[in-house]
Design a protein around this ligand. Structure first.
Ligand code: SER
Length: 584
């Protein structure tokens, strides 16, 4: 079965069981500045898991594009991927363990035809926060899981949360027995030897973990499940790695033809990073030196470096993009649509990197000669770091060059300096994400205040249950997403504009105060991510028209904004509309 067939079967199956198919959210979360990329199907659904009503109801299913980069350095082995697709189904306060488990079992055995002997499951063993999940185990037995195929594990294995705080709960995981020999007498599903492969995770999300580590009950009991598509495809096709499936096979074969030097690891890195980069660019990502842009830059540069290593002509990258679009366009039609920008972005980044490599090599030669003159054979870690930090020259290449010249390098010292640098940039980026504005200048600050006014105007014109779903500001315009089930009429748009412009003319003061989060919410302040704010929050108030939890900054008085004009109103996703507006 091909990946796209598994995806379609999945969505159809859950549709048959009363779920509404919702579209995949973009890889780059529009309404959540605190994460770089969507890392799980549940991420765009957090507000609904916390109790907000979803416009499509209480049973949802989708395929979600995800990027996880914590294991980026592992890519090249037989299983790690930075981009992957997660199939998911959700109950938002609707069904719970029994129905969820029964559906999973039916899908695996009937729809995918996996023999029951091959399925193993794990459930939560219980601890002081939450009891042993005997109910899940009972449900599995009832569904038909064989005796001896149920294992109990603690929080390390059978508890799911995205990050440190947020909605969470015990989960039950399904494993596929590949039939390989056990690695020893204690070989079990959670063992890493490769005999058992995790295929699906159903989270029974009824808790909320606070930053302080306390668990509270959520308003409703949810189910959040995630099934990794590439992995399932590989298993059903009896392949050893995802690189042997139709998703990667054409590009892997092409690389084998093009390479002058053989390395399967490098081929996998190129194939994997190319697909991730294309998906990120297609969803609006661009290379830069910070945050998301930096991850994309790293993916592209790592790919180029490995093309270099295999001695593949770097201009061939354009051909590789073409080939990959052809391979993947059935699954992701957006790749075909965004073909030009994908090609252009990758080619430009390649050119920049080639320049960096050339400059870096010159600097390396200078540093090496100096070291030799001093009668030493080991290049200092500080030099390696400077090459990296100032010239963007990857330490791995410094190491290769040093070896070629019979020199050593002090990698230990480099690591120390690198860690310090990482720590600093982490602090920098978390400080920035607090405010949610990537770039702050006079114009973006004005737009930020206009965003609050627009939010308030929408509540008056469309109803008080209208809330922000996303916001994006550049120096040229503001973009604002909000829940609404209809295309705005001309009258509505006019009313909104008039209200915002009236408030600008009224010369309202913008004031800020620090409050306890709970008090701020009780006082009626608007906020998007209750769980994402610290205990002490800043609240911005504009006259008597708007009060929002917000990191700022804002203008001092609305008269600074000029005139507000709506440029466009369009659909953003199901039940969400988008307004693009300017200040003139
Ligand atoms: N959120 C869970 C996971 O990512 C289930 O979807 O595994």
């Amino acid at each position: 079965m091909k990946a796209i067939e598994i995806r379609n079967k999945y969505l159809e199956f859950f549709k048959k069981h009363g779920h509404v198919v919702i579209p995949s959210a973009p890889l780059i979360p529009e309404n959540d500045p605190s994460v770089l990329f969507n890392t799980a199907g549940m991420q765009p659904l957090v507000p609904y898991l916390l109790g907000q009503k979803h416009p499509e109801g209480t049973r949802l299913t989708d395929y979600q594009k995800c990027v996880r980069t914590n294991d980026i350095d592992e890519v090249g082995d037989n299983r790690h991927l930075t981009y992957f697709e997660m199939l998911g189904n959700w109950s938002l306060g609707d069904y719970f363990k029994e129905e969820s488990i029964a559906m999973s079992f039916e899908f695996l055995t009937k729809e995918l035809g996996i023999p029951v002997e091959k399925i193993f499951v794990t459930v939560f063993a219980g601890d002081e926060d939450c009891m042993r999940d005997e109910l899940a185990a009972e449900c599995w037995k009832k569904a038909g899981i064989l005796d001896g195929h149920i294992y109990y594990y603690g929080k390390d294995d059978n508890w799911w949360i995205a990050g440190e705080e947020g909605p969470c709960g015990p989960d039950t995981e399904m494993y596929y027995d590949t039939g390989k020999e056990p690695c020893g007498p204690h070989c079990e599903p959670h063992c890493d030897c490769g005999k058992y492969v995790e295929i699906w995770n159903n989270v029974f999300m009824e808790y909320f973990k606070t930053k302080e580590g306390k668990y509270t009950k959520l308003q409703q009991r949810n189910v959040d499940t995630g099934l990794g598509l590439e992995r399932m495809t590989m298993l059903l096709q009896g392949k050893e790695t995802p690189f042997d499936t139709e998703i990667f096979k054409p590009i892997m074969d092409k690389l084998e033809k093009l390479q002058q030097i053989d390395s399967i690891e490098s081929r996998r890195i190129i194939a994997e990073h190319l697909r991730s980069s294309m998906m990120i660019i297609s969803d609006g990502g661009r290379p830069s030196n910070v945050d998301r842009g930096y991850v994309l830059r790293k993916l592209i540069r790592r790919m180029i470096r490995h093309m270099n290593k295999l001695q593949i002509d770097l201009n061939k990258v354009e051909e590789l993009v073409e080939l990959n679009i052809n391979t993947l366009k059935e699954m992701y039609p957006e790749l075909e649509k965004n073909k030009n920008i994908i090609k252009q972005t990758i080619m430009e980044e390649k050119d920049k990197f080639v320049k960096t490599l050339n400059n870096g090599e010159k600097e390396f030669t200078k540093a090496m000669n100096k070291t030799k003159q001093e009668g030493k054979d080991k290049i200092e870690g500080a030099v390696v770091f400077k090459l990296y930090d100032t010239f963007g020259f990857p330490p791995e290449i410094t190491k290769d060059l040093a070896e070629e010249n019979n020199m050593k390098i002090d990698m230990q010292e480099f690591e120390v300096l690198f860690k310090k640098h990482q720590e600093k940039s982490r602090q920098g980026s978390s400080a920035k994400f607090k405010g949610g504005l990537a770039e702050q200048n006079e114009m973006t600050i004005k737009y930020h205040t206009a965003t609050h006014l627009l939010n308030a105007a929408l509540k008056i014109v469309l109803g008080k249950d209208t809330h922000q779903r996303g916001s994006n500001i550049t120096t040229e315009r503001m973009r604002f997403d909000f829940n609404c089930n209809h295309k705005l009429t001309d009258e509505e748009k006019q009313q909104i504009e008039e209200l915002v412009n009236k408030w600008i003319k009224d010369e309202l003061d913008v004031t800020v105060q620090t409050m306890k989060k709970d008090d701020a919410i009780k006082s009626g302040a608007e906020c998007m991510f209750i769980e994402k704010y610290p205990e002490d929050v800043t609240v911005y108030t504009i006259g008597t028209v708007s009060k929002e939890l917000c990191g700022g900054p804002h203008v001092k008085n609305t008269r600074e904004l000029g005139t507000f004009k709506i440029k466009k109103e369009e659909s953003s996703s199901a039940g969400v509309r988008r307004i693009k507006a300017v200040l003139i």
